[in-house]
Design a protein around this ligand. Structure first.
Ligand code: 4AD
Ligand code: MG
Length: 447
């Protein structure tokens, strides 16, 4: 019996007889030859069936196979430079075919389908090569995230998903009934992370987070994954250094390990190659000046075909602003010191200039917008209590959080990186819904 080999390992078996097990991605043929594109989850390989090499029954069966039929094919691995596939370059010269199940007529064909139809069939759409490629990259992004943090002294301490209070504003809370009491799905694990650093120094939590975003955009999901590192004795400048190391590691590992996937996605990786420390840093004031200078000249937002909108100092950026700003740099850019009033209650105001805070967002190039948001946290208990009141938050829900400032308070900082935004950027996807297997958007909840 020939050994069962996965397609991405075929290069190790040239000249040997092996068995592939998988599904028919596509089939073409003429006369005595049938070409099956077989996918097995690790790649796609062309299996070439010559009539004389298999039994007449097998040949007839192969010729009738519909898309997504499951099968085992056995044959000799050939290195063939022009062989199509993912990764290409190897094909199977078939000696036997065993059909596991002849599939019913498959609803997704290689022709174009509308997004609504594809989303309704997301459970099947996942098998298509672009979806496959993006989700493979996602797997590597997640592995690279954990690798960097684990190797750099961060302890993974996970935080609850059922929470009693808001952390990122009250407008995007998903409320649930917790045995008669209101509770909320976590928007972030940050507040708990802040407790955890006092026990462990450097930590991260990593899990799904939830935001009831009321507007339909390409960049917002209702449920997304966020990794949140939090560090004791760390200020805003040190935070930016950590972030640039971390993000560079993720991107470079994907470039190394996901060549085949990025080729399927036809991703131009030129700008991704640049993602190495250090990243440019601009103050919010400077960002506003850049935007308003562009607006005054009537410059267009790259990829939007609309002029850069002017902005008033104190406003948060919209996505055209972020896109324009990011396009001025060859690398991701940090924008720091946003106005205090547009940011979360826990951010440390600049002592000499409290209208701005020690916050930083990292903007990705090519219109992907904010991929990380972070800050130095308020460490003084009295200032924090005032901020809680100012944001109309219930004091009693944050008493434990204030304790953290009462018993050994230190300067500390952290950030959150959105996995789907990062995957969309690395893969060049135009919508976050393709960066997760079963996206939850304003309009989709099924399957
Ligand atoms: O900027 P955000 O809201 O920051 C926080 O939640 C902080 N508590 C993180 C921290 O400091 N520990 O969100 C962080 C990141 C954003 O930069 C973005 O990448 C992603 O999470 N994100 C979303 N991704 C998809 N859909 C949404 N609705 C998102 N909202 C935020
Ligand atoms: Mg943010």
């Amino acid at each position: 019996m020939a050994p069962i080999v996965s397609i991405h390992q075929l290069y190790k078996h040239v000249g040997e007889e092996v068995t592939l097990q998988g599904w028919v991605y596509n089939r073409t043929g003429k006369g005595k030859l049938q070409f099956l594109q077989v996918r097995d989850g690790t790649g796609i390989c062309q299996a070439v069936i010559f009539k004389g090499n298999v039994s007449p029954e097998e040949f007839a069966e192969a010729k009738a196979l519909g898309q997504e039929s499951s099968l085992r094919v056995t044959g000799i691995v050939k290195a063939e430079e022009r062989a199509p596939g993912v990764p290409g370059g190897y094909e199977l010269d078939v000696r036997s075919v065993e059909v596991v199940q002849a599939a019913e007529e498959y609803p997704i064909s290689p022709k174009e389908h509308g997004v609504e139809f594809l989303m309704a069939n997301r459970h099947l759409w996942l098998r298509s090569s672009r979806q496959w490629a993006a989700l493979r990259v996602r797997g590597v992004v997640i592995s690279a995230i954990r690798e960097w943090l684990d190797d750099n002294g961060y302890l993974n301490v996970d935080t609850p998903i059922l929470t009693p209070a808001a952390a990122e504003g009250t407008t995007t809370l998903f409320e649930i009934d917790y045995h008669g009491e209101p509770a909320y799905l976590a928007q972030t694990g940050q507040l708990y992370n802040e407790a955890n650093i006092f026990a462990f120094g450097k930590v991260y939590c990593f899990g799904p987070t939830f935001r009831a975003e009321k507007s339909k955009t390409r960049r917002h999901l209702q449920e997304f994954w966020m990794v949140e590192p939090e560090i004791a004795f760390c200020d805003l400048d040190e935070l930016m250094e950590i972030e640039e190391q971390f993000v560079s590691h993720i991107v470079q590992r994907c470039l190394r390990e996901c060549r085949a996937e990025l080729a399927v996605l036809e991703r131009d990786t030129t700008l991704l190659e640049n993602v190495t420390p250090s990243f440019p840093r601009i103050h919010y004031d400077e960002a506003v000046e850049m935007i308003n200078a562009a607006a005054a000249q009537g410059l267009l937002v790259p990829g939007y075909d609309e002029p850069v909108p002017a902005i008033e100092w104190g406003e948060d950026f919209g996505s055209p602003h972020e896109t324009y700003l990011a396009a001025q740099f060859e690398k991701p850019v940090f924008v720091h010191h946003y106005p205090t009033r547009v940011k979360a209650f826990y951010m440390e105001p600049e002592p000499d200039r409290p209208e701005v805070c020690r916050s930083v967002d990292l903007l990705a190039p090519e219109g992907y917008g904010e991929i990380t948001g972070g800050s130095e946290r308020m460490s003084d208990p009295a200032k924090l209590l005032a901020a809680i009141d100012q944001h109309d938050l219930p004091r009693e829900a944050y008493d434990w959080y204030l304790d953290l400032r009462r018993y050994g308070s230190v300067v500390h900082s952290g950030f959150g990186l959105g996995v789907e935004r990062t995957v969309a950027w690395i893969c060049g996807l135009d919508h976050l819904r393709e960066a997760t297997a079963f996206p939850r958007t304003l309009t989709t909840m099924r399957p």
